[in-house]
Design a protein around this ligand. Structure first.
Ligand code: ATP
Length: 365
């Protein structure tokens, strides 16, 4: 295993008309599992393809360990890639598929190759499939084989390009756990690309969020969730998405209040952390996660009145759509079941209030 370093990586297409990746720097430590997430077209696959050597960077440098591999051919890089569509050879057996990478990249004896394939197949629980052909396998089995083929090579770096997207929801959860187990056992250095923020949050030691080819934030999933650097990250991480409200900042007789244009949201700011962040701002964007909102009893001081528009049950929770701002969602316990049209009072702890610059979207906290 080894460290992977990307320095100021840039990729242009169509003679510079499209900038798919813009000044991306990232270091993946030895044994670190980094997930890269972002909306469609943000440059995830292009980044991965550059690391694999399938795409040549327009500028910047890629190193694996101490070696600069920017100009090294794909087949000479010690990386293994696992694709969404499995990329298995259809006319080879599972065993031959798994052994193929070994034959290409090492000079092991036939017996040693066979031993390593068997050992990996056992670890992946696919020994009984070794003589079968890909067409005979289910999607989940194919992905296990593709993973096994990558693992058997013992590469310096693993690259995963949305490997679970073609699997149904249940299998996806199983495979997620499986990949995490392998990660714990083998301590692999990996970059795992997905458009699914939940997958990225649960699987990564570290999550990297891209938008428009640019790195937005990188950090431990919990820390990114708690302290999004900007509005984009706040909205992208977490489900349902963070609520945003454009508010004016009013100070009168030593009292600071945040009020939205419609006057449906009025919040008294007493927390010094928020007061400091609001200094010098007339307008800001407030961010509130749905799960930070609670429905409180009448008479609770500082609570915000709201009318319930829709109650959406999702198992253990209810999503309450409230008439605050455009579409304000509160995620509450399923036992909290107001009727549509009902007036409720909601509260948000001051520690759960996020503040963003109204123009740049940068966090003010
Ligand atoms: P998705 O989740 O949809 O796969 P992505 O984040 O992986 O998206 P990329 O595939 O890396 O995004 O694409 C980034 C940008 O570069 C997009 O605007 C895309 O259209 C463009 N792009 C990617 N490959 C090429 C290419 N070969 N030629 C021209 N433009 C390309």
């Amino acid at each position: 295993m080894a460290t992977l370093t990307l320095e100021s990586l840039r990729k242009e297409f169509d003679g510079g008309q499209i900038v798919a990746v813009d000044d991306l720097s990232l270091e993946v430590a030895d044994g670190e599992f980094v997930t890269v997430v972002g909306p469609s077209g943000c440059g995830k696959s292009t980044t991965l393809r550059m690391v694999a050597g399938l795409e040549r960077p327009t500028a910047g440098r890629i190193s694996i360990g101490d070696e600069d591999v920017t100009d090294v051919h794909a087949r000479d890089r010690d990386v293994a890639m696992v694709f969404q569509n499995y990329a298995l050879y259809p006319h080879k057996t599972v065993e031959q598929n798994m052994a193929f990478g070994l034959r290409m990249s090492t000079d092991l004896s036939k017996d040693e190759r066979r031993r390593r394939v068997r050992e990996t197949a056992e670890m992946m629980d696919i020994e009984e499939l070794l003589d079968q052909q890909p067409a005979e396998l289910s999607g989940g089995q194919k992905q296990r084989v593709a993973l096994g083929r990558a693992i058997v090579r013992e590469p310096d770096v693993f690259l995963f390009d949305e490997p679970l997207s073609n699997l149904d929801a249940k299998l996806r959860t199983t495979m997620r756990t499986e990949i995490q187990r392998l990660q714990n056992e083998l301590d692999i250095t990996a970059v795992y690309v997905t458009h699914d923020q939940e997958e990225a949050m649960t699987m990564g030691d570290r999550i990297v969020i891209l938008n428009d080819g640019e790195l937005q934030q990188s950090g431990a999933p919990k820390s990114v969730y708690r302290n999004p650097r900007n509005r984009f990250v706040g909205g992208f991480v977490g489900s349902p998405s963070m609520n945003f409200l454009a508010v004016g900042v009013f100070t009168d007789a030593g009292r600071t209040t945040l009020v939205d244009e419609a006057g449906t949201f009025e919040y008294d700011v007493t927390d010094q952390r928020l007061l400091d962040a609001l200094q010098g701002h007339d307008e800001v964007t407030v961010g509130i996660r749905p799960e930070s909102v609670t429905v409180v009893d009448a008479g609770t001081s500082g609570a915000i009145p709201a009318t319930v528009e829709v109650v959406e049950p999702v198992g253990a929770d209810n999503y309450l759509h409230l008439d605050i701002g455009d579409d304000f969602i509160a995620r509450v316990d399923a036992a909290v079941e107001p009727e549509p049209g009902e007036e409720v009072l909601v509260d948000v702890p001051s520690s759960a209030i996020h503040l963003f610059d109204a123009e740049t979207g940068e966090s003010l906290l």
